[in-house]
Design a protein around this ligand. Structure first.
Ligand code: ZN
Length: 138
């Protein structure tokens, strides 16, 4: 049976006062290496998120290269990784996993059902380092 996961989001949290530059470097490193959709900067909390963050949307085929790389290169930033199955409440609160701390989420703003056709997953990066494992650890 095929997985019901149509895409994933990695939400990368930062503190606008102290770790935005770290987040900027991480975002650039992602853009250089992976075909993903980078979301806007959110320096103030939006939606279910309780802290500043930006979103990385990606298709399941990108997971095996991107997520292990992110585990090693998140530079101390907290990451929420959740699937998109059309059930936002469960995707964020039941099926997600965290790297670093577990932050609170405002579950009450998450609908039970959404149309996954409305999710934007078209990549907006143009990777110049096609082999992520060439990268030396910082
Ligand atoms: Zn998300």
């Amino acid at each position: 049976m095929p997985t019901p996961i149509s895409s994933y989001h990695a939400h990368i949290y930062y503190d606008p006062a102290s770790t935005r530059a770290v987040a900027e470097r991480l975002r650039e490193a992602i853009a250089e290496r992976f075909s993903v959709r980078l979301g806007r900067w959110h320096d103030v909390a939006v939606g279910p998120h309780a802290q500043a963050m930006f979103q990385v949307a990606f298709l399941p085929a990108v997971f095996p290269a991107f997520i292990p790389w992110l585990m090693l290169h998140r530079a101390g930033l907290t990451v929420l990784l959740h699937p998109n199955t059309g059930r936002p409440h469960d995707d964020h609160l039941v099926h997600a996993f965290w790297m670093g701390a577990i932050l609170p989420l405002k579950g009450e703003v998450l609908p039970e059902i959404e149309d996954i056709a409305n999710l934007e997953t078209e990549p907006n990066t143009a990777p110049t380092h096609p082999e992520p494992w060439d990268v030396k650890h910082p």
